[in-house]
Write a protein that binds this ligand. Sequence first.
Ligand code: AMP
Ligand code: MG
Length: 409
Amino acid sequence: MAVVGFDEALEIVLGHAQSVGMSGTERVGLLDAAGRVLAEGIRADRDQPPFARSTRDGYAVRAEEFSGGSALGVVGQVRAGERWLGGEMRAGEVLQIMTGAPLPDGADAVAMVEFVEKTGDRVRGVAGRGLRVGENVVPQGSEARAGDVVLAVGMRVGAAEVAVAAACGRGEVTVFRRPSVAIVATGDELVELDEAMEDFQIRNSNSYALAAMVTEAGGRAERLGVARDLLGEVRERVVEGRERDLLILSGGVSMGEYDLVEEVLAEEGAEFFFTGVKMQPGKPVVFGRLPERDGLEARYFFGLPGNPISTQVTFHCFVEPLLRAMGGGGVEGPDFVQATLGEDVEGKAGLMRLLPARVGRDRVRPEVRLVGWQGSGDVAANARANCYAVLPPREDGFRAGEVISVLLR
Ligand code: AMP
Ligand code: MG
């Protein structure tokens, strides 16, 4: 049983993420693919652009002739969505052309309308305006050649990827199946949302928070309800949960007399990769694997501390990267970015702290400030945050103006 440092814990999780199995593929409509992970490479079905495309409204010209400054005759017009059928443009001729239209044969550049003087049906460049061959033209196939892979396996589909697939005529794509994730809450004090409760009882908010985070991370959440702090009940849920691709438990991993999760997992033959991480909140977090048994494959599990903010922080740090890999999205750590601390913060030795904070949207120098909170049960304070400020272990305080990492969520 090992309590490890924060970076070591991340490395351990990412190490397992390297070799994790995927749970098959399915074909979905393009818009249903948003948020999913591609299980096939998408290839360009033709050159992109499919023709030399004008990027400006203006005149299709021979660059050399145009730069020479002589008056040239306008012999026609090419609009987007049509092709010039008048044959090759001859010397001394130009064609009016619109953005998105194919460059006619014989032309090698487009002069922007802003830089052209027009007299009757003759045009010339405004004084001193030269034109390079290829200017304002995107050559055929320069973005992609027919057959090129334009979206790779493992890419997460967002609006930009939808645009590419649509441009390739793909109304359907093959994506990885969402890994199924069993969520078990443990605790004698927990009641479900629709149950009557005493004032010393607590609503099971973690199962819902976990389900929401699982969905966001590309998994399919299955809430298996609450297990009392009884070996039998916890065991029953572990046995049920191990039939899913991943098992997440919350609560019952601290040092208390009724913290039974590790004991049950150990009885079930679990291998533990860590049983605590030097972080705050989240220190008691457990990561391991249940062995192959009765035709069931080996299964990863996480035992997350029950304090709601601990649950959420440890999910983002450790569960999310593994789950994303299980969903075919490849091996990537959590989303850390840098921001400037907007206030002094006390130091703390021995623990990596990840504290609820708000990072501003300033373009030049985004500033991060802690959100006032009552500790790791304060879900309302955490909802006012939009990230976690990452404060490495140290005795000295942190100073306003220091650049620190924040964990986006
Ligand atoms: P534990 O990790 O079991 O020691 O629980 C730590 C704290 O988190 C206690 O105050 C619990 O009441 C609270 N807690 C545990 N599980 C949940 C849950 N599912 N939803 C909300 N709070 C919880
Ligand atoms: Mg408990």
